[in-house]
Design a protein around this ligand. Structure first.
Ligand code: BGC
Length: 517
């Protein structure tokens, strides 16, 4: 999953060797993994808004969109339609359980290759879909591809990259996701104009492009030194590390790698470990943070922005354009996060972002409530429509510099080696599960809760912002091996951390710890 396998930059040791051509190519491949995920997030909403697509696969919904007596809030409420979006995340959830075993046993390359191939198949099936079954099976295959790619690509990247740039790369992966979303929205904007109504095919089939690049990349790129070592080939691993770092002087890093591999092998029961009281803060954070990230309601915008804008009475073109605008804001605001996360810290971004989201959600709820009431009948003047679009952009920006990247960064940097695989698995699965629930539930929720839906998500953002204020300690510039010190000093979590845990952790495990995925 996004950023799932990264070791943060803080606390990394200064090994020899820099950014080699191999590392750069690796980043490009990793970007493909992020793009694939983002493209899928962004593509479905625009396609769902295309009349020809609806008429072919969801004729009942198509008829409803034409029926002026139908409540605006409920026009798109159809479980099969939401299944088109959500099935991908369910498949991704199931696949990520298998992916971590495959990634560990057969190497990162095989997982990436498999992910790319399944994904390609899904894209072809979707582009050529003649009936609903082909469409949904295609989405399920895409989901399996996403499950594998999200598991293996971040791990691959974190193991190839020099330790000192891993933190920035973590958010770089999120950046690739947001670019993928934007590209999908731009493609939809273009294909919706294609005469003959087959533009949706092109939108869905174009997902094949990043998939092919991922396949090619994973065929030609070498496996990581960590993975080679994990499978018992010590000398080969050392040679690979020298090649990746561009220097023969890799003794210190290689020793750390060996130590970390040994330590990781000793971790027989990561699941039992994480249940011990001393890991309670990590367990709770790895569960609550992905849940909170999804319950901000962000994917309502990411998945359904065009549908939402059409519900508000925007025309199809304006709706797709508005989605492009929110997509652009998402990318730019992620850059803001990259710049500020190690300068202002995680808490500042969480708290500012949270408050900004709350204000926007309440304002949007009030405006829609006043204009559309519960009947869903009403219109917006162009000023009002622009104001809503502005509020949605401000909300997306706030998410993109807070919960978006931090939702992945925090779980990856708070877990010590002995529970890292379990912590990441919890994080990824909770995220996928709630992505699925929101994707599947949103259009019904909109139909039943109407404008109150915005207050519903806003209420959760209030709760999570208070939670961050009281329960999340600042982890900026804290080396992983000293993370326990932070928990120990915390007013609430301190009691769970035994005294020996503060001195006990070793520095060596830090830099190369991602071995147990
Ligand atoms: C979330 C996705 C979301 C994306 C939006 C990610 O961090 O996990 O669910 O669609 O951000 O940019």
């Amino acid at each position: 999953m996004a950023g799932g396998g990264f070791v943060p930059q803080v606390g990394a040791r200064n090994y020899q060797g820099g950014v080699t051509a191999l590392v750069v190519i690796t980043c490009v491949v990793a970007a493909m993994g992020g793009l694939i995920f983002g493209y899928d997030i962004g593509v479905s909403g625009g396609v769902t808004g295309m009349p020809e697509f609806l008429r072919k696969f969801f004729p009942a919904t198509y008829a409803k969109t034409k029926d002026t007596s139908e409540n605006e809030y409920c026009k798109y409420d159809n479980h099969l339609l939401t299944m088109f979006t959500s099935s991908l995340y369910l498949a991704g959830l199931v696949a990520s359980f298998f992916a971590s075993g495959v990634t560990r046993a057969f190497g990162r390359k095989i997982s990436m290759l498999f992910g790319g191939l399944v994904f390609l198949l899904g894209a072809i099936l979707n582009g050529a879909a003649m009936n609903l079954a082909m469409l949904i099976i295609g989405r399920l295959l895409l989901g399996v591809g996403v499950g594998f790619a999200n598991q293996s690509v971040p791990v691959y990247l974190s193991e190839m990259a020099p330790a000192k740039i891993r933190g920035a790369l973590n958010i770089g992966f999120q950046m690739a996701i947001t670019i993928g979303i934007l590209v999908a929205q731009l493609v939809n904007y273009g294909t919706a104009k294609i005469q003959g109504g087959w533009g949706w095919r092109l939108s869905l089939a174009l997902a094949a492009v990043p998939a092919i690049m991922l396949i090619i990349g994973s065929i030609f790129l070498p496996d990581t030194p960590n993975s080679i070592l994990e499978r018992g080939h010590t000398e080969k691993a050392r040679r690979m590390l020298q090649k990746v770092r561009g220097t023969d002087n890799v003794d210190e890093e290689f020793q750390d790698l060996m130590d970390a591999t040994k330590a990781a092998k000793k971790v027989e029961h990561p699941w039992r470990n994480i249940l011990q009281p001393r890991y309670r803060p990590q367990l709770i954070m790895c569960t609550l943070i992905p849940f909170f990230q999804q319950i901000t309601g962000i994917n309502v915008i990411m998945f359904y922005a065009p549908v939402l804008f059409m519900t508000l009475g925007f025309g199809q073109n304006a709706s797709l354009m508005s989605a492009v605008i929110t997509g652009t804001v998402n990318v730019v605001a992620t850059l803001v996060s990259m710049y500020s996360v190690d300068r202002f810290g995680r808490r500042a971004l969480f708290l500012e972002g949270g408050m900004q989201m709350i204000v926007c959600q309440i304002a949007i709820g009030i405006m829609i409530g006043l204009k559309f009431g519960v009947s869903g009948i009403g219109t917006l003047s162009s000023f009002e429509a622009n104001l809503i679009l502005f509020l949605i952009c401000a909300y997306v920006a706030a998410f993109a510099w807070s919960w978006g990247p931090l939702g992945w960064l925090i779980p990856s940097e708070i877990c010590p080696l002995e529970i890292r695989s379990a912590g990441q698995a919890v994080n990824v699965s909770v995220n996928m599960l709630f992505t699925f629930i929101i994707a599947q539930g949103f259009l019904s929720m909109l139909c039943y809760m109407k404008f109150g839906l915005f207050f519903f998500f806003g209420g959760f953002v209030i709760i999570m912002t208070i939670f961050i204020f009281f329960f999340l300690p600042e982890t900026r510039n804290v080396p992983i091996e000293e993370m326990n010190r932070v928990w120990k000093a915390h007013w609430f979590w301190g009691k769970y951390i035994p005294d020996d845990a503060v001195i006990g952790a070793t520095a060596t495990a830090t830099a190369t710890a991602d071995l147990k995925y």
